[in-house]
Structure formats: structure tokens, C-alpha cells
Design a protein around this ligand. Sequence first.
Ligand code: NOJ
Length: 788
Amino acid sequence: MKFTRIAMPAVILAMIMSGSAPAVHAQDQDPGPLPTHVTDTASVMDIPAAIPTKASPRIEALLRRMTLQEKVGQLTQAAGGRSKTLNSKLTPSELDRVRTGKVGSYLHVAGAEPLRALQKVAVEESRLRIPLLFAMDVVHGYRTIFPVPIAIAASWEPEQWHHTASISAVEASNSGLHWTFAPMVDVTRDPRWGRVVEGAGEDAYLGSIMTAAQVRGYQGQSLSGAGTMMATTKHFGAYGAPLGGRDYGTAEISERALHEIYLPPFYAAMQAGTGSYMTAFNDIGGQPTTGNADLINGMLRARWGFDGMLVSDWNAVAELINHGIAGSRADAGTLAISAGVDMDMMSLVYANDLTKAVAANPRLMAHVDNAVRNVLTAKERLGLFDDPMAYHDLAAETANIRAAAHIVAAREVAERSIVLLKNSDNILPLAANAQKIAIIGAMATDVQSQLGSWRARGDKTEVISILEGIKAAAPEGSVVAFSAGAAPQSPDESGIPAAVTVAKDSDIVLLTIGEDYDLSGEARSRSSLALPPSQLALAEAIFATGKPVIVLLTGGRPLAIPEIDKNADAIVMTWLLGNEAGPAIANIVFGKVAPGGKLPIAFPRTTGAVPYSYSEYPAGRPANPDPVKDSNRFKDLPITQLYPFGHGLSYADIMISDLSLSSTTLSPGGSIDISVKLTNRDNRPGDETAQLYLRDVVSRQAQPKMMLRGFKRVTLQPGESRMVKFTLTPEQLTYYAKDGKWRAEAGRFDIMVGASAEDIRQRGSFTLSEGVESAVPAAAIATKTEVK
Ligand code: NOJ
């Protein structure tokens, strides 16, 4: 067996060697000194005119009574603690800031009782008695922790997102919180980007469907209803497209890519009613989104019609100076507020520098007033003016945290998120007879990691580890032996020989390797998608024993694992699965539950193969499998992905057949039904996800090779068949044309239905009879889907 050891980037190695792997969230770090060119003055800028808005009579009356200081106070979000020490900054002097109307919102706070006390100060002791808005990153659970977002996306079941987001809202809103900074909907085609873990992967359509489900889950029927909270769809713009995958970096993308790939989930969120958006840290072609009036006020508000509030990301208003588009803090504030950013998270530019800017630039006042209207309207929609204490009931908090039904949901979503990448000779599920099972790898007991990238109030002692899960579920009489071998971020490989001994003494090895929680997330981009060196060394030693090896791969991003693919008997992508990781994985391993997750982003063969998407344009010389031909490919790699978008195996053999179309022509105003039959030819139940792809064959602007336009995951009993019907409308065929309209030209459209982007089982085509025009991003339109 031959292995190539792929070097760990020097910087990570250095951190490992010094034992100082990153532990704090990037947002808790001091952003450092500002550049020296910064002045203290506000320059008179040519700012865009404010679009007049109007709030309810109650808000308008309040606005008339507010001083400029009180207005900027409402636009200020302060940290009530740090992400790991919530409420720790709520000191007596901080309460004085509330009394004097200097703060409108807090983040990194939690708890029905402490937040009741804080709210009491605002509504009883401040001049205008305006309630505070309490926010937190409740991203994949509050106290009950669900799988990381990329994993939930792998379920290809929007229902899972809806359910888990609504549970998060119940737990968080009963703990005093009004507002979550989720969903994170940034599409990315570059898994080097650490925040790939927080989103729904590489696809605009899948991302849009998952986004809408989350927004509806968090917000319920009404923002003022019990057990709901306001969603923040983030990070508005194209945060998922930083050059080289380096976090916070420039998105150097075309207008078409912006509209067709990155913005659709944001549009889907608006249609689902998102109460707020957060702007991205980064710039698009040199225009930082936090100061981009065309994108925020121009497109999001004027063109799309969004009427909620916008918050900046942490310190991002001041960072307009670092971007080099503002020469002073007052300038930065002027740019952000006139672009449409209502609330300043943590830079204190609005609080401290905006009055100066308004004095230099009186036209700014209309922008300030609009922003105040948006913030106060959000508070009104949340019911805070009617009952500011509605979110602060200790008894409800106690009753709702980790309720039994929440734990059941956590296990179910974890099971549905797991993706079976490889299963040679159907080695999985493991036989029901007693055997000697070796569990090798430090990730098997790393409960901290299972809490993932945004753990909110998750508690690692409430996580069931992989080792515990397997021990509890192993067939009676089995012997389960564990050896850690080596941990992902440790250079210490001295435990590997002991792990080999344990493996040698077993019938089968479950090898738990991959990334830990701290290798993905904010400011955790990696230059290499290879397994961490210690994990590869461990795998190499275990494979050399010749025992059958099932790899349970952990982490928050696609990894380039050709060596594992070659040598493992089975590979299961187990992500970071939250509280119920252990039982969920065990249920899949022992076949109690059938795996059915599908990759929401491809796994490349090597790091150099990214960025990549199945949905690229075809090129004049489309990729050809024959390396001798000059084509759009790497000479040294096959043209396929290691595991493509949409890939995921089942324990059952499920056929997709009988494609039928309701017509050969689609006309404006009409629709077309596309049906396929799914049949389970096996003697065990299984899941398959029918994936509908589309291609516009000839158009004056090149069109992607394939675009996902529908999907449905179906569970089939042995021998069972079900029909899946997708209904498409002409608007779903459109692309973003040069005139800024969504258009489709008349002509042939090919359709493909398969089990992944590289496993197409059925093909057909129809003709669009006439060109159509639309105002809606095509990928944001949900395809009507029926199962019979
Ligand atoms: C920075 C992150 O980019 C954002 O996603 C998060 O919501 C804020 N910090 C607040 O924690």
C-alpha cells in the first residue's frame, strides 16, 4: 500500500507544535489598530438620497421625540458578553448606557432571568422606554445541538431544517432571545473556505430551498408568536466567494454569477419573510458590501422590496477604513448608513461618530431616520412594544430546554444527515452477530467537536460520543475496544502503535478520522483539503493491518481523500452531528436506520481541483475523459470528482426509471410535469433522492452544463415503487441577462434525472415555445413536487 503524505500548511503546523490551536472565535479578537491614514474628520461625501419609508403611527410618533443621540443609540448593537462567556460584560456602567439610550441591541447574551433584568432597565429607566433587542448566533441549535448546517443540508430534506430551526427558536426565545444570526446561506464552490461548514454547499437551488425552510422554522407564522424568533439571513452579498477560499477576501465574480449563484438564497429568504439580513464582511470586486448602496438600498430594498432591517457584521462598519473606502470613522459611518445598513454591530461608529457625520452632511439625517424606523419596526413586529417581557419566563425556559421531543429530533436529523460515500461488497451495515470491533481514532470520544461551529449554549457533557453510541448498539456478545491513536490537530503520533495492536486483535475496525470542530468555521480556511497529517498516518497504519476498515469521517467540509477512498472498505461522512452523534452513527453502522444523505458539495480528488462546481459553463472545449484531447480539464486528474455533488449511497438497490413528460412543449404562463419512477429492488428498506437537472441547450449567453431544479428524497420499502413528479414553470428556465432581467430564450431544454450530478439515470427534453421574462432569480423558485 502506498501513501502520499500531504504536508500540513506551515502555519497550522506551527500552531500545533506550540500547542496553540485556535480556540476563540474570530469575533472575540481585537481587530488591531486601524491604518494610519485615518483622520478624525467627516468628509462631505456625495451620498445617495434616502428612499423615504414610513413606519406605524406609534413608531413615527416615537421618532419625532427622539434626539439624534437616542437615534444612533437605537442603531447600536453592543456585546453583552463574549461568545463563550455570555452576559459577562453587563456591568453597572453598561447598564448606565442602557439608561441613557446609548444601546439598541445586545448580542452574546442569554437567559430568561438576566435578560429580564436588562430589559427592565431599558423599559423602566430610559427616557423613551424603548425595549432592547437580544440576539445570538443560534445557528444549529441553542441548547439541543443539531448537526452543523452543511450536514443538515446533506439530508436534502428542507423539513429537517424547518423542524430543527423551530426547535431552536422555542429554546432560544424562551431564554430571552428575540433574534438569531441565522440562516447562513452563503453558496460556496471552494471548500478551502472554512465557513463552508455553516452553509448549504455549492448550489443555488438547494441553498434557496434550505434557506426558506430555515427562515420559516425560526419565524413561525408570526414574529410576535410564542416560541419564534427573528431570522437574520447572512452574509448578504457574496461572502461565500472569497478569492482562494481565504476568509473575508474579495469576491471577484461576474454580475451573472452574483445574481445566478450567490444571491438566489437571499431572495428565497425574503420571500419566506426573513425579518433581517446581515451584510458580508467582504467586498465584491472592490466594493465592500457594508458600504454598497447599489446592492442594499438599490437592489435588496428598492428592487426586491425588502422592508425589514439590516445589521452589519461584527466591526464591519469601522473596517470600511481597512478596505480603503473610508478615510475616517465618520466617513465609514456615512457610507454604511447611506448604503442601508441600519444597525452597527460592535464597531461603535454609529454611536460615536455618526453625529459628526450628520453635522457635516445634513442629508444623512433622512438615512438615520430610515434606519431607526427599520430597527423600531423590527422591535414592534417582535411584539416588544406590547409586551417587552414576553420572552422572559423562567418556567417556560426550564420546561423547553432540551425537551424530550427536541432530543428525538436531534437524533433523527443526525441520522438523515449522514452520507454513505463508499460501501464495497456491502460491508455495511455490520452483521448482527457478535464480533470484536475496534474503534480507532480520537474523534470517537471528542464530544466537544460534535457541538460543531456554533454551539450556542450546547454542553459537551450532553453529547453522546461515537464510542458510546457504538458500544450501546453493538450486537450482544460483541467486544468493543477503543484506542485513540492520534488526534487531528496533534503532532503526537505516539499512540498509533497501540491503536494498531487493538486493530489487529479485532474482526473489524471503525476508524474515526477527519477534522475536528476547530478546523472549519470563521477564520478557519485551509490551504489544503487533505486529511490532517496525524489522521493520514493513523489511517496508513490501520490499513496496513489488513483488517476490514470502515472509515467514519468527521468534519465540516469536503476533504480530498484519495488514499482513504482507495483503501477503506466503506466510508461514511459523519460530519459533526451534535448531541446525538453517537447513536445516530451507530444506527447507520448496524443498519437500524438506512443512510440516505447526499453531498451538498462535491469532494474533490485533490486541493488543486477547487474551486469547482458541477454547474459550470461547458466551455468551447468541454472536459473530455481522454487526457490526450485538448479540453477543459487537468491533465493529471480524471474529469470526475472523487464524490460528486448529490452523491450518497444507499443500503438498497434503488432504480430510477420511466421518465415521462406531460408535454413536449412549455409555453409562457404554462407548466410542465416531469415524472420518474423509483423502485426498491432490494430486500431491505432504503432511501433515494431523485435529482432533477436542467440544461438550456442553445442560448445567446452560455448556460451551465447542468442546473439543479428539483429534488425529492423518498424512503422505499423492499419491492416498493413510488412516482415523483416535478412541475416546472418557464420562469425557472431563465438566466440573468445583460439588461438585468431574467430571460429564457425559446428552444430546447434537456432534462436529466439521477442519483447525483454524475449519475444520471434518465434523460429527456422539451421545447420552450417562446422567450420569457421574469423578475425573480430562477434558482430561488421552488419546484412543486409530488410523491405518489
Ligand atoms: C461574525 C460572523 O461573521 C457572523 O456570522 C456572526 O453572526 C457575528 N460575528 C456575530 O457573532
